[in-house]
Ligand binder design. Structure first.
Ligand SMILES: [Zn+2]
Length: 85
């Protein structure tokens, strides 16, 4: 039996099962989306939707959690994950 834990979305603040959320990891300075939850590093969770990505960027939830500035390229990469992932 797989036990999933409850995580908080950095955008809307809702608490959801981690399988419903998108895990974003700062893997040695590179921002990656980690659906399997296997990468180590600073991480943050958001609902896989644009409104939560935008909110998490605006409220500095992503940059604070990942200790990195969310550049356009990082933003676009996350946006792509949401649109196609
Ligand atoms: Zn959310």
């Amino acid at each position: 039996m797989q036990v999933s834990s409850i995580k908080k979305c950095a955008g809307c603040g809702d608490h959801r099962s981690e399988v419903e959320l998108m895990r974003i990891v700062n893997n040695k300075g590179e921002i990656k989306v980690d659906p399997g939850g296997v990468m180590s590093g600073r991480d943050v969770y958001i609902c896989p939707q644009i409104t939560c990505l935008d909110a998490a960027v605006k409220n500095n939830g992503l940059s604070d959690a990942l200790k990195i500035e969310i550049s356009d390229s990082i933003y676009n990469k996350l946006l792509e994950e949401i649109n196609h992932g």
